[in-house]
Design a protein around this ligand. Structure first.
Ligand code: PMP
Length: 430
């Protein structure tokens, strides 16, 4: 193990030297993963890990259906995207068939950031407004425009002067979804009034309906519907950032926004769409996209190329063929039930919340004050890593464990998580 540690230390140094300081690693003792299967991954020394973090290999690490589809298409042809290709259109038809009928047009890109970059431009063009509303810890991506609309980066990046930031519907501190939803609507109403007073013009609201980086607030069904109605009533658009909740993650619905019974004007997707092969998309109402698309050409060399489409089609087919949406619902419920039972023995577990295979477990100093316990959450991450369970944290204080495994997690993985967390909290005296 000493030799491996030296080797890993050398990799860390080479990485910093060659890639620069902007890239961050997880863990004091960084993990070097070399292969995966389902919800499990193995490091260079042959140790096996339970992966509770990766929603990118959504149908499972190295899923053979995706591997075969990519291999087959790559062996035939891959090109830039200015030629006809039927499979691209078949996939676009299939993708929009999972959404409300009003969402008709698809633009393919390579990353969630690109999809959101397009969405912000399309929404501004359609409404004539400049000002977007986003939640206080939201992350929407890494382009100049999107970083300027990602308040989680506000310590490092300048925010867009027209951006209005609102608190997410914190179902834990507002106690009920109803109260959290009402507070969210009131915050959005205030932001809209401020935008109208300033003359910036309302573009709309961009939000991830599971509020992932805000701390995971899936809430009860319909929680954010009133806020979106308000945006529409004032001429703005709603961009549903589905990079996290999309593709069956929440179990009850295929898309996160469907949980709230609303029809977005623009939907953006990414991460799980190609099971790790880069493909993302912006899907919009025809009339919303039209002013943007008639005013300019748009070219994206790799976006929606035949190989990327083959991966994406295999993902959709696998989610359906393996019943992964129902599976996500069942596994997620089992996980939260078991974690709530565990909370009986560990008073620092303040809240267990989520939908489907998207669970947030919030660690607090005590349940009365609900004061977030950042130090404990970070220590638990390291303890879990020692027990070969991979996850991370989110929320404004990094106090919420983010449990977001591949949809292919198995029933036996749930007690393994619960035992590892039990042992970790006990080891930390919590
Ligand atoms: N939106 C959300 C909600 C995300 O979580 C992320 C990535 N963490 C992005 C957009 C950006 O996606 P990408 O990294 O593919 O550019």
């Amino acid at each position: 193990a000493a030799a491996l540690d030296d080797r890993r230390r050398a990799l860390v140094e080479r990485r910093q030297h060659r890639l620069g300081a902007a890239y961050r690693l997880f863990y004091r003792d960084p993990v070097e993963l070399v292969r995966g299967r389902g919800a499990h991954a193995w490091d260079a020394d042959g140790n096996e890990y339970l992966d509770l973090y990766n929603n990118v290999p959504s149908v499972g690490h190295a899923h053979p259906a995706v591997v075969d589809a990519v291999h087959r298409q790559m062996s035939l042809l891959n090109t830039h995207t200015r030629y006809l290709h039927g499979a691209v259109l078949d996939y676009a038809d299939d993708l929009v068939s999972t959404m409300p009928a009003a969402l008709e047009q698809v633009m393919f890109v390579c990353t969630g950031s690109e999809a959101n970059d397009l969405a912000l431009r399309v929404g501004r063009e359609y409404t004539g407004g400049r000002a977007w509303i986003a939640t206080s810890e939201a992350y929407h991506g890494n382009t100049a425009l999107v970083s300027a609309h990602s308040p989680s980066l506000s310590g490092a990046e300048a925010m867009d002067p027209a951006l209005r930031v609102v608190d997410p519907p914190d179902t834990y501190r507002y106690v009920s979804s109803e109260a959290a939803g009402a507070a969210f609507s009131a915050a959005v109403a205030e932001a809209i009034a401020d935008i109208e007073r300033s003359g910036d013009g309302l573009a709309g609201l961009i939000a991830d309906s599971s509020f992932s980086s805000d701390g995971i607030y899936t809430g009860e069904r319909g929680m954010i519907a009133d806020a979106v109605d308000l945006v529409h009533a004032h001429g703005g658009v709603f961009v549903a950032d589905e990079v996290q909740p999309g593709f069956a993650r929440t179990g009850e619905d295929f898309w996160g926004f469907q949980r709230h019974g609303l029809v977005p004007d623009i939907v953006t997707t990414g991460k799980p769409m190609g099971n790790g092969f880069p493909i993302a998309a912006m899907i919009a109402r025809r009339e919303v996209l039209e002013p943007f698309s008639t005013a300019r050409p748009y070219f994206n060399t790799f976006g929606g190329n035949p190989v990327a489409i083959a991966a994406a089609q295999a993902v959709l087919d696998t989610i359906r063929g393996e019943g992964l949406q129902a599976h996500a619902l069942e596994m997620g419920e089992a996980m939260r039930t078991a974690l709530r039972d565990l909370a009986d023995a560990h008073p620092r577990i303040g809240d267990v919340r989520g939908a489907g295979l998207y669970t947030g477990l919030e660690l607090v100093e005590d349940r009365e004050t609900k004061a977030p316990d950042t130090a404990l959450a970070l220590a638990v991450l390291e303890e879990l890593r020692e027990r070969r369970v991979l996850t991370s944290v989110c929320g404004p204080s990094n106090s919420v464990l983010k449990l977001r495994p591949p949809l292919a997690i198995s029933a036996a993985d749930v007690p393994r998580l619960v035992d590892a967390l039990d042992d970790s909290l006990t080891a930390l005296g919590a």
